[in-house]
Write a new protein. Sequence first.
Length: 621
Amino acid sequence: MKRSTSAPETDADADRVKFDREGLKGARQLFGYLNRFRGYFIAALCAMAVTGFLVLLFPLLMGDLFGVAIQSSGSGEKIDVAHVLAQRDRIALILVGVLLVQAIVAYFRITWFARAGEGAVADLRREVYGRLVRLPMSFYGERRVGELSSRLAADLTLICDTLVKTTPQLLRQAITLVGSLVMIFITSLKLSLFMLACLPVVILAIALVGRKIRGRSKLAQDQMAESNVIVQETLQGITDVKAFGNESYEEARYDSAITRYFGTAMQTARARASFVSFIIFVMFGVIALIVWYGSGLLALPVAEGGLEASQFFQFILYTVFLSGAIGSLPEAISDVQKAIGATQRVREILDDAPEATGPTASSSSASDKAVRLTGDVSLEDIHFAYPSRADVPVLRGVSFTCQAGQRVAIVGPSGAGKSTLIALLLRLYDPNSGVIRFDGRDAREYPLDALRSQMAMVPQEVLLFGGSIRENIAYGRIGASDEEIVAAAKQANAHDFIESFPEGYDTAVGDRGVKLSGGQRQRIAIARAILADPAVLILDEATSALDSESEHQVQEALDLLMQGRTSIIIAHRLATVRKADCIVVLEDGRVAETGTHDTLVAKPDGLYAMLARLQFAHEVE
């Protein structure tokens, strides 16, 4: 048995974009997030220009200091020691002043870049999260959430690192490269031309080997995302993993993913090691050649193109600066390109249309947003297929009516379309054809938030968010008072067990509510629904997974909750729907029959009667 976990196949350089029209558009998008912080960014650029200038002074001052140290050396003339020491101290003081100013300006440069970059990415994170929670369910139906969250986290981290670290580094190295190049030409034209003749070899090696490393890094990143998906899926389903005794299988699956990642990572490491070793050899080789060639120039008079010792020392330092800038620029440019690619992927999410919210603010009146539904619900010839499986119809012409205050039960075998109906009622999806009406009005004519605010659902598997019991109950109506939360808990038969905990309503429920039993989680969900005070209540097999005692307590709370409000009940256990005012029986996405429990069991050839015979006979046994 093998469960697929592989990420979509992509080209090795798919995360890296060229600087064509699309690339430039991506760059504008990336750096466009800095607009709100452009004051900090501009200040940081100015500080960078200052530090860049001060860095270029360092070789000059060091050369002068070196020149003072060896002046008159070998000339046979008597040295004025006091004068030499005075010159040395003066240059040293200037050097200390330059370094001090550079350190102070560098502090502000880094701080301002961080303020602009981190602020921009914080805005981007808020925008992305806001869009994610408002994207339609069809978006998530086509993607694996684990892979999406892992990849998105990696993209946002890459964008953050680029704005905070890589971009400043790229600009700083560019300034150093240009400044050092100018200074070496000023210092010695002959030596500069000799050095530049060696550069094409280095640049070619960086271009060829660097491309291979980037491709391997991309593959390793995808494989790490794949392994993260396995971890997330396993931990989310840890109960099933343990129940089936599949710990070893999951370990083997993760081990396989990590082994693939390790292999790719080692290939990348070997390529990078070869690359770095070659660059070190070439760089130091070039410096050795420069020293060899420059030592010959030292023997020539300055008038004939020769060099003074101090100039030669300056040239060596500028060469080191230049080599460092050349060596770091390709990787910095590559990281910026990757960040542009990451920005484009994030923009794809941001550009994806959010779920339709109904009338716009300008077209919907205040009464639409404040309207209180009476609870009439009708479905008229509903046809639907999930977007990810458009060729597989789930509902085929479903029609029924639920009057205000009625209890309507939806029953049928697995796969009949019961849960899909719930998704359509909540407008998680819209039907492909047909109309759902609330109080005689098309559901799409209501503002989405106003419509959903008057519906509440108690699902079979309750998801509690990490936090306290109080916070989870308050999720039904954000801003509810403590008195309202306690009142809702009492109505849901939850107050007593909550108070039995040492921390009461402040008890942490654990990840997904694992610290509470199934019955306790259900009663928290009921309290949440009570607090919401919905006009339409949806119960999705709310008691099917509970033991008899828990079911009795939960059913009592549900009976109280359903009083005076429209209730739509999804159930496999037919005993829970005997009191329903109307039962709608679904089969293969169609309404097979409707009626009360008594009228439906009186039809011996009907689907409901057959299900009832099977289920009640089993319960008797």
